[in-house]
Design a protein around this ligand. Structure first.
Ligand SMILES: Nc1ncnc2c1ncn2[C@@H]1O[C@H](COP(=O)(O)OP(=O)(O)OP(=O)(O)O)[C@@H](O)[C@H]1O
Ligand SMILES: [Mg+2]
Length: 229
């Protein structure tokens, strides 16, 4: 599903920052993988490349057989829409749209009929425990509720690849546990490939494989200790 070869990413600014310094990784279809590492080690940068949100400075990023580095912006965005769901570290909910409209957005973009959209939204809002918050604006929600709205928006399309940047970072233990078991059941039932960045060892142990980053390099890559509970 994902194949990265000699991937580097640098950012120009006042001084050049090397966020990724030669990443080689293969993630198969249907895997559920955790990425851990210190703040600044390149986790979000790596996830952005996997999601086609950014392109590498050098190297190759293959997603479902497509080399995203050589695609145009427009082609990448079409590809993303059908194949990739993304839970952002900073949520990126549209502030002027209600929760239900935010969640509906990817379905509208995919041309799903209105009647189906209503059903899918009701289901996914129930799954993340936000059924009573659909008509609220993101500003009216707590941090954890916003996070769950962002998760609902990512899950609603049923894309084969789900990339999640600290999906339980703002949730209490019980809510975090619910979201993890929701992700696990989606992984099991739909065969969704999940790559999840997390600081939480408990969340990582819900995955089958743990990749550790340090200073923009893969420091470790092994079966997660929890064995995917
Ligand atoms: N747009 C950018 N411009 C300049 N530097 C950037 C940019 N994005 C990331 N970086 C730098 O690249 C490095 C890796 O950042 P990244 O966001 O991938 O870290 P992270 O592992 O996700 O950290 P955290 O756990 O804090 O979210 C950091 O040193 C960061 O400052
Ligand atoms: Mg990050």
């Amino acid at each position: 599903m994902l194949n990265l070869r000699d991937v580097t990413k640098s950012f120009d600014g006042k001084s050049e920052v090397t966020a990724l310094a030669g990443i080689n990784l293969a993630i198969g279809a249907g895997e559920m993988v955790a990425i851990m590492g210190p703040s600044g080690s390149g986790k979000s940068t790596l996830l952005n490349l996997m999601g086609g949100l950014d392109v590498p400075t050098s190297g190759q990023v293959m997603v479902a057989g497509k080399d995203l580095a050589v695609e145009s912006e427009k082609e990448r965005s079409l590809f993303r829409r059908s194949k990739i769901s993304y839970i952002f570290q900073a949520y990126h909910l549209m502030p002027t749209l209600k929760v239900s409209q935010n969640v509906a957005l990817p379905l509208h973009l995919a041309g799903v009929p209105a009647r189906e959209i209503a059903e899918k939204i009701a289901l996914v809002l129930r799954q993340v425990g936000l059924e009573a918050r659909g008509s609220h604006l993101p500003d009216e929600l707590s941090g954890g509720e916003r996070q769950r709205a962002a998760i609902a928006r990512a899950l609603v399309t049923g894309a084969p690849l789900l990339l999640a940047d600290e999906p339980t970072g703002n949730l209490d233990t019980a809510r975090g546990e619910e979201i993890l078991s929701l992700l696990r059941s989606i992984h099991r039932e739909r065969g969704t490939t999940i790559v999840m960045v997390t600081h939480d060892h408990h969340a990582a142990s819900a995955c089958e494989r743990l990749i550790r980053l340090r200073d923009g390099k893969v420091e470790g890559d092994s079966a997660a200790t929890g064995g995917g509970r």
